[in-house]
Design a binder for this molecule. Structure first.
Ligand code: PMP
Length: 312
């Protein structure tokens, strides 16, 4: 396959069967390998979708500046799409974000602006800084937590890919939620194909999204180390009616399963992938699950080289 630019390699990631971790369970676990996107995460899809949508709406054109309030995978995805399509990218990072991520974004040519760790309603909060700079400078604010292109791209691509690649056999879909775009969009598509299919939210212990999805109330607030998923408040892009069940996973279990994925399965993924697969293994152990379980693995291990849990 010969592609004109690297952004066209986004999506169509493989679905891979586990070989070891699900041995002896009632049902197999298959993983959707989003870490194999060219920018190393599921967020490449969203970055491309937001750029395409904004271009179609005539809101941006090559040469313009995109600004995003995040340190993580969306910044990397936007940097990749920006390089391929001719956009400058500015990322506003809260101070607590790792030096690894700052360095990676800077190496990719993104401008990195640091904001102090401040509560959401403070003018110094990183999302507020990004919104203000966008307004003052006429830069395009990508808004992944509320942009409808986020769940839509997963409804249009991730969900159909999983359905097709599983030969229509998938009966449970497991994913974490950061913005909620992946689980809402892909989950909705899969349920439309198979109404009995279960969508399971893999939520870190300490996040309040699981309790909110099940009861409408926020409970269980606490600290956790897994990055990119969980929250103390549901983002606009999380459609809680799509979620049938929640599996709560501790940091310890997430990181153990991540190390197993890396060392036993050859899947070089990050911590939130361990959360999703830990939840998937629990579901695959139950006979009543009724069919194969698909877990979405989100990003690549290279984002976590400096984290002690990876080296244990
Ligand atoms: N895992 C990681 C490492 C992430 O960065 C994200 C995105 N914040 C997710 C999972 C969750 O994806 P989504 O935003 O689509 O819910």
């Amino acid at each position: 396959m010969k592609l004109p630019t690297i952004d066209e390699a986004i999506g169509n990631t493989p679905l891979v069967r586990l070989r070891h971790l699900d041995a002896g369970l009632a049902w197999p676990v298959w993983v959707k390998c989003e870490h194999l996107n060219p920018g190393g995460s599921v967020k490449d899809r969203l970055a491309l979708a937001i750029v395409n949508t904004a271009e179609q709406e005539g809101r941006i054109r090559p040469g313009d500046t995109l600004i995003e309030a995040t340190a993580g995978n969306t910044g990397m995805g936007l940097a990749l799409v920006g390089l391929a399509r001719g956009y400058r990218v500015v990322c506003v990072l809260p101070e607590k974000m790792s030096q690894d991520k700052r360095d990676a974004l800077a190496m990719l040519g993104a401008e990195v602006i640091m904001a102090p760790n401040a509560p959401p309603d403070s003018p110094e909060n990183f999302r507020q800084v990004a919104a203000r700079l966008a307004q003052e400078r006429g830069w395009f604010l990508t808004e992944q937590f509320s942009h409808p292109a986020n769940p839509r791209i997963h409804y249009q691509t991730t969900g159909p890919e999983i359905w097709r690649q599983s030969g229509g056999e998938v009966r449970t879909f497991v994913a974490g939620a950061g913005t909620g775009g992946t689980i809402s969009g892909a989950g909705r598509y899969l349920k439309e194909q198979c109404p009995g299919l279960q969508v399971v939210l893999a939520d870190p212990l300490g996040s309040q999204l699981g309790s909110y999805a099940l009861t409408g109330e926020y409970r269980g607030d606490g600290p956790y180390l897994v990055e990119g998923i969980g929250a103390s408040k549901a983002p606009e892009n999380l459609e809680i009616q799509i979620i049938d069940a929640v599996e709560t996973v501790s940091d310890e279990e997430s990181f153990q399963v991540t190390r197993d994925l890396i060392r036993k399965e050859g899947l070089w993924v990050g911590g939130s992938s361990g959360t999703a697969v830990a939840a998937a293994l629990r579901r695959a152990a139950l006979p009543e699950t009724g069919g194969p379980v698909v877990a979405l693995v989100t990003d690549s291990w290279d984002r976590y080289f400096s984290r002690p849990w990876l080296k244990e």
